[in-house]
Design a binder for this molecule. Structure first.
Ligand code: ADE
Length: 226
C-alpha cells in the first residue's frame, strides 16, 4: 500500500512512522509512506497557505489553491488512483469496519488541515471521504492521520505476526477483547484463572468467548445492540 500524507507539519509524523510496527511495515516494503508539505504547493511568493475567512470571524482558513495543487500533483506521482481522505471533525467517525475497508485499498491520500478549517471548496474534490476520529476538536488533522495510518497498516497481511491475533482482538468480532494473562501464575496474590493453565483449548475458547460477551455487555452494550 502507498500512503501519501498532505500536511503543513510533516515533522509531526517522524516518531510515529519511525518506530515500532509502522517502521517494520515500511522496512518490509508492505507500505510506503510519503509526506508532502502543503506549503510547497503554494503559488504565493511568501508561501502563504491561509487567509482570513470571508464574512469575518476569528481564525484562519486554509486557501483552496495550495490544497488543490498538492492533491493534484501528489496524485500524479503514482499510477495508482488514491482514495482521498480529508481529516475533519465533521467527517464520519472512524471505526474498525472503516479501517478494515481502507486496508483493502492500494493507495490512500490523507489530507490534514490545521487552524480553523479548510476553504469549503475542498469538498468538491471527487470521491473525497471525510473522516473524524471522534467527537472532540484537535488542533489539526495530523494526529487523526496518524491514527488512521496505524489502524490501517496493522491490518495489511504480513504486518503483524499471526492472523489469529487480529481475529481475536477487540472490535474484530464487534466485541471487546477477553482478559489476557502471562507469567507469573500468581502476582501479589492475584491468580491467573485455572482454566487458562489447563491446556484444554476447547474450554479455553468457551471461557474467552464468555468473558468477551460479559465485558462487552458491561462496558459497551451499544456494540451488542448493533
Ligand atoms: N481535525 C480536528 N479535529 C479532528 C477530529 N476529531 N477528527 C479528524 N480531524 C480532526
Amino acid at each position: 500500500m502507498r500512503i501519501d500524507i498532505l500536511t503543513l507539519f510533516p515533522g509531526m509524523f517522524d516518531a510515529v512512522l519511525g518506530e515500532s510496527i509502522l517502521k517494520i511495515a515500511q522496512d518490509k516494503k508492505l507500505v510506503q509512506c510519503y509526506l508532502h508539505n502543503i506549503r510547497d504547493y503554494s503559488d504565493d511568493k511568501h508561501k502563504c497557505v491561509d487567509d482570513k475567512p470571508y464574512g469575518g470571524g476569528g481564525g484562519m482558513v486554509i486557501k483552496p489553491e495550495p490544497l488543490f495543487h498538492a492533491i493534484e500533483e501528489v496524485e500524479r506521482l503514482d499510477n495508482l488512483a488514491a482514495k482521498k481522505i480529508l481529516l475533519t471533525p465533521q467527517g464520519k467517525t472512524l471505526n474498525q469496519e472503516m479501517a478494515n475497508a481502507l486496508s483493502q485499498e492500494n493507495r490512500l491520500m490523507l489530507i490534514c488541515g490545521h487552524y480553523e478549517g479548510f476553504d469549503e471548496r475542498i469538498r468538491s474534490v471527487i470521491g473525497l471521504l471525510e473522516i473524524s476520529i471522534g467527537d472532540y476538536v484537535l488542533t489539526g488533522g495530523e494526529i487523526p492521520a496518524m491514527v488512521i495510518t496505524d489502524a490501517v497498516v496493522r491490518l495489511i497481511p504480513g504486518v503483524l505476526g499471526g492472523k489469529s491475533s487480529l481475529q481475536n482482538e477487540s472490535f474484530m468480532n464487534k466485541m471487546l477483547d477477553y482478559p489476557q494473562y502471562t507469567r507469573p501464575a500468581v502476582f501479589r496474590g492475584m491468580k491467573v484463572p485455572e482454566i487458562l493453565r489447563s491446556g484444554n483449548h476447547k474450554l479455553i475458547e468457551e471461557w474467552r468467548n464468555e468473558k468477551s460477551v460479559k465485558r462487552t455487555e458491561e462496558r459497551r452494550p451499544d456494540l451488542l445492540e448493533k
